[in-house]
Write a protein of this length. Structure first.
Length: 322
């Protein structure tokens, strides 16, 4: 993985991905006690940053391989990103999703033309299911985070953060990134290493699923004790990726762990103050910036709101915290 791959992905994404804004609100600054800037990736195609990685991986395939179709496994955002990229290319997509994924994400993935295969999280091995289907149908697996071209695509978010921050005169910042397997976190870290070296990426996770935070402390890959049971489903993974962890270990600052209640509150505040819809998992970075600002020594905080695909009842639960 290197910055050249990220810049190449940015070229392939040009005219296809949305350049999402860097938002701010004096009300959020007051809560954090510092300036807070929000990269609104919830406004990306399919409602999350995952379209970037899906498009990057798909366009990196040769035409014949791409035409046979792709397969992915995801709780929803990667699913939709890959499904939409495949739809735009007119190629088949099979998506393996946990049966407890939000109904909206399952429905949207099907609506984008993908075949959805459901599995029982914690009981069935999604990797084994994916390998079997890929072999039987000649499909190419696009992993949710441990894939160089996916990391490159997600890293284009970091290029935009660096450029927009420079335009706003932000010279130093901690960048709070919602972190599951680490594809977005490691991609942004690589991009900022090149274009904004005074910025530090801080992986952010929900309480009880802090495998990256613990891994960064121990220097080796740590696993979560469980793989379900959080409203922050978008960023629940078993462990950091084999490709992503070395990048994060080299480039990232300490992880930040937030409660589910803080994530819901951050989602509500994003709606109230920025007029954007953010799912709990996508609001973890903002929760870290708002409620754990004392864990940062920099004056400016940048939070990536990674996704907005939230069921109505969960969003109502978030709004009830206001």
């Amino acid at each position: 993985m290197n910055i050249e791959m990220i810049r190449a992905a940015a070229t392939r994404l040009e005219g296809h991905a949305r350049r999402t804004p860097l938002l701010s609100s004096p009300f959020l600054d007051e809560i954090a006690g510092k300036p807070v800037f929000v990269k609104a990736e919830c406004l990306q195609h399919t409602g999350s940053f995952k379209f970037r990685g899906g498009w990057s991986a798909l366009t990196a395939l040769d035409a014949a391989t791409r035409a046979r179709g792709v397969i992915a496994f995801s709780s929803g955002n990667h699913a939709q990103g890959v499904a939409y990229a495949a739809k735009l290319h007119g190629v088949p997509a099979v998506i393996i999703m946990p049966s407890d994924a939000p109904k909206l994400k399952i429905a949207n993935t099907r609506a984008l033309g993908a075949e959805v295969v459901l599995y029982q999280r914690g009981e069935e091995d999604r990797d084994a299911i994916g390998a079997q289907l890929a072999s039987a149908r000649g499909l190419t697996l696009i992993k949710p985070y441990d894939d160089p071209q996916v990391i490159a695509g997600q890293g284009t978010t970091g290029l935009e953060i660096a450029a927009d921050a420079q335009a706003q005169g932000i010279e130093q910042a901690d960048v709070f990134v919602c972190c599951g397997g680490g594809g977005l976190t490691s991609g942004i870290a690589l991009a900022l290493e090149a274009d904004a070296p005074a910025f530090t990426v801080r992986p952010c996770e929900p309480d009880g699923f802090d495998d990256v935070t613990r891994s960064l402390k121990s220097g080796q890959i740590e696993r979560n004790a469980r793989e379900s049971g959080s409203l922050c489903d978008a960023i629940i993974t078993p462990a950091p990726g084999a490709l992503t962890f070395p990048i994060m270990h080299r480039l990232c600052g300490d992880g930040v762990v937030v409660t589910e209640e803080e994530a819901l509150k951050a989602a509500a505040l994003a709606f109230q103050r920025l007029k954007i819809v953010v799912e709990p998992g996508g609001a973890v970075g903002l929760a870290a910036a708002l409620f754990h600002a004392n864990e940062s020594t920099t004056q400016n905080l940048i939070a990536v709101c990674t996704g907005g695909n939230v069921d109505a009842e969960v969003f109502a639960q978030a709004l009830a915290t206001l």
